[in-house]
Design a binder for this molecule. Structure first.
Ligand code: HEC
Length: 187
């Protein structure tokens, strides 16, 4: 009986030695840091819609629905608090780099996204026609700041300014507002 448990103990100790830290962990870490360079396609795709104010207005509606959270209402990322903190940062769509793309390349970027950055792919979410209208909006962006801050970020901005003592209005910090909601109390 006794010897049997000694053998068992010995086996467990041996097993413990074998399962020590595996090699090459650092190789995975290195691989993760390698950023893939992608080539933007669509250079020769023909834009089937006219480059007009009307089409830009239709595109603006789609843009302000889908793209606003990162690119702002105006495409310049106005009021988007994390825009400059993303890596790479959210592009100002009026910038030379972006405007130098052909219409087809802009459509390609919307359709495929840019991996591995934060720019998502819209394949299956927006149809071709909607994407081309958004391209029209990108060609007719309004001046920076002219459309204000997206509503989703307005409260954050107001509280931030309050914290910095910039607002002279009657804004109350959240903690001092009347507590209106009810908590469910189990009996
Ligand atoms: C989750 C945030 C996010 C959303 C939503 C988003 N984008 Fe982007 N977008 C980015 C980021 C980040 C970049 C910068 C990518 C880079 O430089 O690699 C970018 C870059 C771009 C570029 C320029 C690429 C370049 O080479 O600089 C275009 C054009 C663009 N986005 C269009 C759109 C359109 C149109 C929509 C809506 C259909 C949209 N984006 C929605 C984050 C976003």
């Amino acid at each position: 009986m006794r010897s049997a448990s000694f053998v068992l103990l010995g086996l467990m100790v041996l097993q413990g030695c074998k399962t020590g830290g595996g090699p090459n962990k650092f190789e995975n870490a290195v691989a993760k840091q390698v950023k893939q360079k992608i080539t933007v396609g669509g250079r020769d795709w023909k834009n089937p819609i006219e480059d007009s104010e009307e089409n830009a207005t239709i595109g603006a509606e789609h843009f302000q629905h889908h793209c606003m959270v990162c690119h702002g209402l105006d495409g310049h990322a106005t009021g988007v608090p994390f825009a400059s903190k993303m890596d790479p940062p959210v592009s100002d769509l009026s910038s030379r780099n972006v405007q130098d793309y052909t219409d087809g390349q802009l459509k390609w970027i919307i359709q495929n996204g840019i991996s591995p950055s934060g720019m998502p792919s819209w394949e299956g979410i927006l149809d071709d026609n909607e994407m081309w209208h958004i391209v029209a909006y990108i060609r007719h962006l309004p001046p920076q700041g002219s459309l204000g801050i997206p509503a989703v970020y307005q409260e954050a901005e107001a509280e931030h300014e309050h914290a910095e003592g910039k607002t002279k209005g009657k804004a109350q910090p959240k903690s001092r507002r009347k507590h209106t909601h009810r908590h469910p109390h189990p009996e």
